[in-house]
Write a protein that binds this ligand. Structure first.
Ligand code: GAR
Length: 226
């Protein structure tokens, strides 16, 4: 579904208090929205771990900034609402406004960035303090920040010559890859690794394990009374 104000038919009432009220705590199961841009193997790991590792909430919505992301297909196959929202680098607030409306309408508690290859603005991120998490394919603070995404991260690790890399799940704040770390796991670099081989090992040994665990941790944290 291509989203715009008419297509999604979201009423103004739910936006009344602005997006700060968008992620309202509710009793019972929490809801996560997963932002994606590509293949969606991390989304798949989240879907597959529902009911086992993830027990305090569910994946209720998938939003892609790319119309042809295979992650959208993975969501459809799992019966999860999936939405494409166009992202214009020159005017990112269009994506953010449409996303905020949908998140509010669906009562989403937590946003998971799982291979989401766009930068969210400080205003957006600050509205969802400690409610957005991201998976990054290195041991932060190495090989992270602006320009480090996807295969580039692994290329940088290999060209530096580190012997260990890994993955990190962290809260998202206004600094790229700078939010508080939730979980990390190291992965060995082996003789003959290419960026593609290393990416696969980091996903298999670290990302797909950490992300579901981190989401469950966040679901439980926001469920606790202050
Ligand atoms: C994953 O390795 C993820 O950690 C990385 O992109 C890949 C997406 O794969 N994310 C970043 O580099 C963000 N800075 P997926 O679409 O198969 O989950």
């Amino acid at each position: 579904m291509l989203i715009n104000e008419q297509a999604c038919g979201i009423s103004q009432e739910i936006l009344g208090e602005g997006a700060k009220t968008a992620l309202v705590l509710k009793k019972g199961l929490k809801k996560a929205a997963v932002f994606v841009s590509g293949g969606g193997t991390n989304l798949q790991a989240l879907i597959d771990k529902q009911g086992t590792v993830i027990t305090s909430g569910k994946i209720a919505l998938v939003i892609s900034n790319k119309p042809d992301a295979f992650a959208l297909e993975r969501a459809r196959r799992a019966g999860i609402e999936s939405v494409y929202i166009p992202y214009d680098k020159a005017a990112p607030s269009g994506f953010e406004t449409a996303a905020e409306r949908l998140l509010a309408e669906r009562n989403i508690d937590v946003i998971v960035l799982a291979g989401f290859m766009a930068i969210l603005g400080a205003d957006f991120v600050e509205k969802y303090d400690k409610r957005i998490i991201n998976v990054h394919p290195s041991l932060i603070p190495s090989f992270c920040g602006k320009g480090f995404y996807g295969l580039r991260v692994h290329e940088a690790a290999l060209s530096y010559g580190v012997k260990l890399t890994g993955a990190t799940v962290h809260y998202v704040n206004a600094v790229a890859d700078g939010g508080e770390i939730i979980l990390q796991k190291a992965v060995e670099i082996l003789e003959g690794d290419t960026p593609e081989i290393l990416q696969k090992r980091v996903m298999e040994q670290a990302e797909w394990e950490l992300l579901p665990r981190a989401l469950e941790t966040v679901f439980r944290t926001i469920g606790e009374p202050d």
